[in-house]
Design a protein around this ligand. Structure first.
Ligand code: NAI
Ligand code: CS2
Length: 490
């Protein structure tokens, strides 16, 4: 089976859409965290830009963690397939926007040098919610983090995303270059502000004058990003070989839908993203709230309760008894917390989300969404839950979703089978649950006391404790499937 590369590109079947631009043009973007989402979203838009004749936006990718993606992509000359799946329809499009991928742990100085290249005007990130080394509840840089401590002492060979950003900006300042714009593409509320805080906090520990320069000249626009891109499996790669006749170790699968809303605040040259369907705006916050509190919140509700009910995939959860009702109730609870947004129609947005979640061709695994929940639920579920509480409103669907996350921390399913809780705070939640598993009130008290995840009011307010304990007790007594099937909105 031939492998995708520049050499084999011309031999692919005619139905495979190929890049239609000069890939030898200048690299204008460095990306940190070249995972599946970046390859199906930002790189897709950069390709569209260059195909429309806007040159100089090739991407130099990087991984701060492992060589896996570099091994998948570099032998393919950076080429890979975006396989769009929608029901029984599929379309293969080759993306050529990525030039190559650097492996930062092998050669951190090379990534710093890439960030200091004069043509690089934009640095994008998808390093997951945990990759910013920021305390989710406070938004502050975790200065006690061992890797942050390393970067403070060894900024020339950093390990963390904030470290590489500071090192790259430091090198640009020393060379008399303008700073690049830092554009986070992670599912974090106010993601631009968060990465700015992390960078300035870290720079201040190293060189206050550098921090002042970044603060004055840098740009950290926020953005809302949306495209469902499940992790690629071996079966996906084999299916591509069967259906299209070539091997692609770096392929990604995605839904047709894609959206990108970007704050129009750049330090230097800005890619004309509005020419390829990106919404440039001065206020991302509204769309961010919609995305995190409607799409991502219902994803988190469905992944914990759905997995505990025995479902492997989101489309199965959407079809399971009672789930559509509890998701609709969650959205009923969210809507009063959303700001007015031009062009946003809640009814059609809900219908679109249900159709997207029901796309069985994506095979979106519940356990993938369950990952890193301690970094996700604060902005997806707890923020709206507390806003409603402050207005004197109960939120049974939010309480059930948070209870589902709490039950998931037990690390055993309803048949008593163990599973790994894949979360950076798994040790903390496991320690908190010692001696409390199976007891709803004790579990709620122990987990809401974790200040890295929850606002102190969660432990202090008896009504909140009672609502969460009641929801968790229902799960413990009756199981997730029955609890959802018999769920009654308030
Ligand atoms: P992935 O697993 O394919 O890639 C994750 C990337 O993050 C990898 O490059 C990994 O090396 C890097 N990473 C993980 N932990 C890190 C750390 N502590 N420091 C630095 N880098 C770290 O996952 P995928 O699908 O690319 O998603 C990545 C992020 O993109 C998500 O966490 C989310 O914030 C955002 N996103 C994902 C969507 C999706 O449907 N997959 C859709 C919308 C946003
Ligand atoms: C998902 C998101 O894994 C998760 O946490 O909720 O990656 C989701 O697929 C995207 O935000 C959709 O844009």
């Amino acid at each position: 089976m031939q492998r995708l590369s520049t050499t084999t590109l011309s031999t692919l079947p005619d139905k495979v859409v190929r890049p239609a631009f000069d890939r030898t043009q200048a690299i204008g973007v460095v990306h940190l965290g070249t995972g599946a989402f970046h390859r199906a979203h930002q790189a897709h838009y950069m390709q569209a830009l260059m195909e429309a004749g806007h040159d100089g936006w090739m991407i130099r990718g990087s991984s701060l963690r492992s060589g896996q993606v570099a091994e998948q992509l570099n032998p393919q000359d950076g080429l890979y397939t975006i396989l769009v799946r929608d029901g029984d329809r599929e379309e293969a499009r080759i993306c050529g926007a990525i030039h190559d991928v650097l492996v930062a742990p092998d050669n951190p100085a090379a990534l710093v040098a890439a960030l200091a290249e004069e043509n690089v005007d934009l640095v994008t990130l998808t390093v997951t919610e945990k990759g910013y080394c920021v305390d989710v509840a406070s938004g502050q840089l975790r200065l006690s983090d061992p890797d942050i401590q390393h970067d403070i002492a060894n900024i020339a060979t950093p390990r963390t995303a904030p470290g590489f950003l500071v090192a790259g900006l430091m090198a640009r300042r020393e060379r008399g270059l303008a700073p690049f714009t830092v554009l986070s593409c992670d599912n974090l509320s106010h993601n631009g502000e968060r990465v700015r805080t992390a960078v300035l906090d870290l720079a201040a520990e190293i060189d206050p004058a550098l921090a002042d320069w970044i603060s004055e000249h840098g740009a950290f626009p926020s953005s809302m990003v949306d495209r469902i891109v499940p992790a690629t499996t071996e079966a996906d790669i084999e299916a591509l070989e069967t259906h299209f006749g070539y091997h692609d170790a770096a392929m990604v699968k995605a839904e047709p839908f894609t959206q990108w809303v970007v704050e129009d605040s750049f330090a230097g040259r800005r890619p004309p993203l509005e020419t390829v369907g990106v919404q440039m705006t001065n206020d991302v916050a509204g769309w961010e709230s919609v995305k995190l509190r409607m799409l991502n919140a219902s994803h988190s509700l469905m992944c914990y309760l759905g997995a505990l009910a025995g479902h492997d995939y989101i489309h199965e959860v959407m079809a399971a008894e009672g789930f559509e009702n509890v998701v609709d109730t969650l959205w009923d609870e969210v809507e009063p917390t959303l700001p007015a947004i031009e062009g946003f129609d809640p009814k059609s947005y809900r219908q679109a989300l249900k159709a997207r979640f029901s796309n069985s061709a994506l095979q979106h695994r519940t356990v993938q969404i369950a990952m890193d929940g301690s970094q996700k639920i604060p902005q997806r579920l707890v923020a709206a839950y507390l806003e409603r509480h402050r207005r004197g409103l109960s939120s049974p669907a939010h309480a059930l979703a948070i209870a589902g996350w709490m039950r998931w921390q037990y690390g055993t399913d309803e048949q008593g089978q163990p599973y790994r809780v894949d979360d950076p705070l798994a040790e903390k939640t496991a320690a908190a649950l010692e001696g409390n598993r199976g007891e709803a009130e004790a579990t709620v008290q122990a987990l809401t006391a974790l200040s890295a995840i929850f606002d102190p009011i969660m432990t202090q307010d008896a009504a909140l404790q009672q609502e969460l304990s009641s929801a968790l007790k229902g799960l413990l007594d009756n199981g997730a499937a029955a609890t959802v099937a018999h769920f009654q909105s308030a």
